[in-house]
Design a protein around this ligand. Structure first.
Ligand code: ADP
Ligand code: MG
Length: 695
């Protein structure tokens, strides 16, 4: 059944091709898009303040009449200045617009208008600079623009507030009576929510603030709910099929743990217990493991792999980069040396894109089960990779993989256990929003002996001081990273910048030391080679683009200098900083900025102040908002138009509970009261059809 909401606005009365085009540019294609195109803000025009009562420094909405208007040119400032005096029965005020001469035609004496802006004082006169304004047409918009709470929209090109308001109101009047609510009645009444028609009306044209809030509540709930529903369905689906009951009490895991050169932290041990419980259980594990950089996720993942192995299964660990794959491979090789399954040594293999030699043989060995643990990159996803008895899939640094990629690897086994790891510490509420289909474990503790990484900021002209600190570390036989940002849009230029900087350092500040340059344009083998030389201390400094970001583990590196630090996101800076301070020596992170904007200042100060990744992620979210938050774009978080998981935690919780309750009682959404909801869901997430068919 086609809902009326899907009909294109293009065919509505009064919408010609030109308007249709500017609607489309603002993302308004269907009627639904229009109804969900919410106001950017509201103006309370019920009781407008008379001009005589305005107080400087505050922002007001004023209704006034044009007395006169002049245009001046300031040649010194290269500006045209349009100045209008407006009044009401109580007094007058000046309004000034810069470089907008064309406005003059509207400001005829006697014209009534609504102005919105901050009142300032210049000597005796009160003035509003560049106010937003609307011309008042007393005959037409008495009801929509005056004497009420008025919506103010981000306007599609070429439209006025007045027109847009009028248009939206017309649509609301015409269609709301025909609109059925897709949220089932019982959910609405349990959660105390308005119905859809009333909510849409009130969000656009609120009767009063209380109604507006209720409308907002309902629409935010709806967003959360639609977002949570597929996650709840997926979670349920997972419980339909039996999983592998892994053998968690074998000797191998104990030998592995006691063979480690360190003791697991309490937090690691606790997480491992959670994992064991899942692995032993009758359903496939679906767990997200969060832990700050350096908290020791890899060894926990390896332990999980060992558990799979001791019951005769294969395990696979997928990581986002070649370097990381090799590093894990070598480390794990060392940790399991000497361990045996059923009298045979554990066999570990590395599979990455650059492995060409003996690849056929390797693939055969994986398929025949001769290899137990496979570590690799995206290359693992290729069709030719087949397993004999895949029991566990670990995906490290999962935000580097697309959501689709995440599900490819498990499909190579028969409902294997899945452990997903991330070092982007996501505040819990947000984690639930994004990963509502997963159980969540957190390593909340760092291994002992890790000091804080001392973090200092330097402006560009003080960069020498930063190099002084760095040199001092090198003289104490420590090593250092220098990171140079490379952004996609200016890739070639940035690489050139990194090269140039490296050359200059070799001749200047760091002439006494051995430098290597590693960047994304080098072949993986070349990158690997540089890493190995750095690790073997044949290089003192590794200048690098962000290739370094994930996972590199070199305890002797105690200093990281980040150039153009303001170009990095907060979470990214934190990830980078996690590369140092791993060896128990005093460590430094030196943030050198080229130009500092306010935003980046707040970010860099957060780095100086906080070491804890969760704390930093929260700051990042505050500064950038959830849509922009590092790496989250792919999750469709930006589809949340008004709901904010950080602010409306209770509502999110309620939406989640209702989603779970619903899928438990009607897993295929086939009950009559859920039909509309099902349609809505499939419209939004067509790929979820699968979740709701008989499985
Ligand atoms: P991440 O969580 O960032 O992936 P890693 O697993 O790479 O962290 O661990 C960082 C370093 O800490 C590695 O060298 C690892 O061997 C070491 N490590 C892990 N757990 C412990 C522990 N409990 N005690 C001491 N060192 C540990
Ligand atoms: Mg790691």
């Amino acid at each position: 059944m086609e809902s009326i909401l899907n009909s294109p606005v293009r065919y509505l009365k009064g919408v010609g091709p030109k308007r249709a085009k500017s609607f489309a540019k603002s993302g308004i294609i269907t009627l639904e898009d229009l109804l969900y195109y919410f106001p950017r803000r509201y103006e309370d025009r019920t009781n407008l303040i008379p001009i005589a009562k305005l107080i400087e420094g505050n922002t007001y909405t004023v209704k006034a009449r044009i007395l006169g208007c002049v245009e001046r040119r300031s040649f010194r400032r290269g500006l045209s200045i349009l100045e209008a005096v407006v009044n009401d029965s109580s007094g007058n005020i000046f309004c000034v617009w810069f470089n907008q001469s064309y406005l003059r035609q509207y400001f005829k004496p006697g014209q009534e208008l609504i102005l919105y802006g901050k009142v300032e004082r210049y000597g005796k006169r009160l003035q509003i600079n560049s106010p937003e304004f609307e011309l008042v047409d007393p005959e037409h918009d008495a009801s929509l623009s005056i004497g009420r709470i008025v919506p103010v929209y981000s306007l599609p090109e070429g439209m006025t507030q007045r027109y847009f308001r009028y248009f939206v109101k017309n649509i609301l009047d015409g269609y709301l009576p025909k609109l059925n609510d897709f949220l089932p009645f019982d959910i609405r009444s349990r959660a105390g929510l308005l119905n859809l028609a009333k909510s849409l009306l009130e969000i656009h044209f609120p009767e009063n603030d209380d109604w507006r809030k209720q409308a907002y509540q309902r629409l935010a709930f709806e967003e959360f709910f639609i977002f949570q529903l597929p996650l709840a369905l997926r979670k349920l689906k997972n419980k339909e099929k039996p999983g592998i009951r892994h053998n968690i009490s074998g000797n191998l895991i104990g030998e592995f743990i006691s063979g480690l050169p360190f003791q697991l932290t309490d937090s690691q041990a606790k997480v491992l217990e959670e994992i064991k419980k899942d692995m032993a259980g009758g359903f496939a594990m679906q767990r997200l493991l969060q832990g700050d950089v350096g908290s020791g996720k890899t060894v926990v993942a390896t332990a999980a792999a060992i558990i799979a192995l001791q019951g005769g299964y294969q395990a696979v660990i997928m990581v986002p980069t070649e370097i990381l794959a090799r590093q894990h491979y070598e480390k794990i090789l060392g940790q399991v040396a000497g361990l045996k399954t059923k009298n045979a040594k554990i066999r570990i293999a590395l599979l990455t894109g650059s492995i060409k030699k003996n690849k056929e043989k390797l693939l055969r060995e994986i398929k025949s089960g001769r290899v137990d643990l496979i570590i690799g990159t995206h290359a693992l996803l290729q069709e030719e990779v087949e397993f004999k008895k895949l029991g566990l899939v670990v995906i490290d640094e999962q935000h580097k993989f697309g959501v689709g990629q995440r599900s490819l690897l498990p499909q190579k086994g028969d409902n294997p256990d899945i452990l997903i790891m991330t070092a982007t510490p996501i505040p819990r509420t947000l984690a639930i929003t994004l990963y509502g289909d997963l159980e969540i474990s957190v390593i909340s503790q760092m291994p002992a002996g890790r000091g804080a990484v001392k973090t200092l900021t330097f402006s560009h002209n003080k960069a020498e001081e930063a190099y002084e600190v760095l040199r001092h570390q090198l003289q104490s036989k420590r090593q250092a990273f220098i990171v140079y940002p490379v952004i996609e849009e200016s890739y070639a230029l940035d690489i050139a910048g990194a090269k140039k900087m490296c050359e200059e350092l070799k001749k200047g500040e760091l002439r006494d030391f051995r430098l290597g340059l590693i960047h994304g344009k080098l072949k993986p083998t070349e990158q690997q080679d540089l890493m190995v030389r750095f690790k073997n201390r044949e290089l003192d400094v590794l200048v690098s683009t962000t290739v370094l970001e994930v996972g590199i583990d070199i305890p002797n590196a105690t200093c990281m200098l980040i150039a153009h630090a303001e170009r990095f996101g907060l979470s990214q800076l934190h990830q980078l900083r996690g590369r140092v301070g791993r060896g128990g020596h005093e460590s430094f992170c030196l943030l050198v900025t080229s130009s500092a904007t306010q935003n980046s200042d707040a970010r860099l100060q957060a780095m100086v102040k906080y070491q804890d990744g969760f704390r930093i992620a929260e700051e990042d979210l505050k500064i950038r908002g959830p849509g922009e938050f590092f790496g989250l774009r792919q999750h469709g978080l930006t589809e949340l138009r008004i709901a904010n998981p950080l602010v409306q935690m209770q509502l999110l919780k309620k939406a989640r509970e209702e989603a779970i309750r619903l899928v438990n009682s009607d897993p295929k959404l086939e009950a009559r009261q859920n039909i509309l909801l099902k349609e809505k869901l499939l419209e939004r997430f067509p790929e979820h059809e699968k979740l709701m068919v008989v499985g």
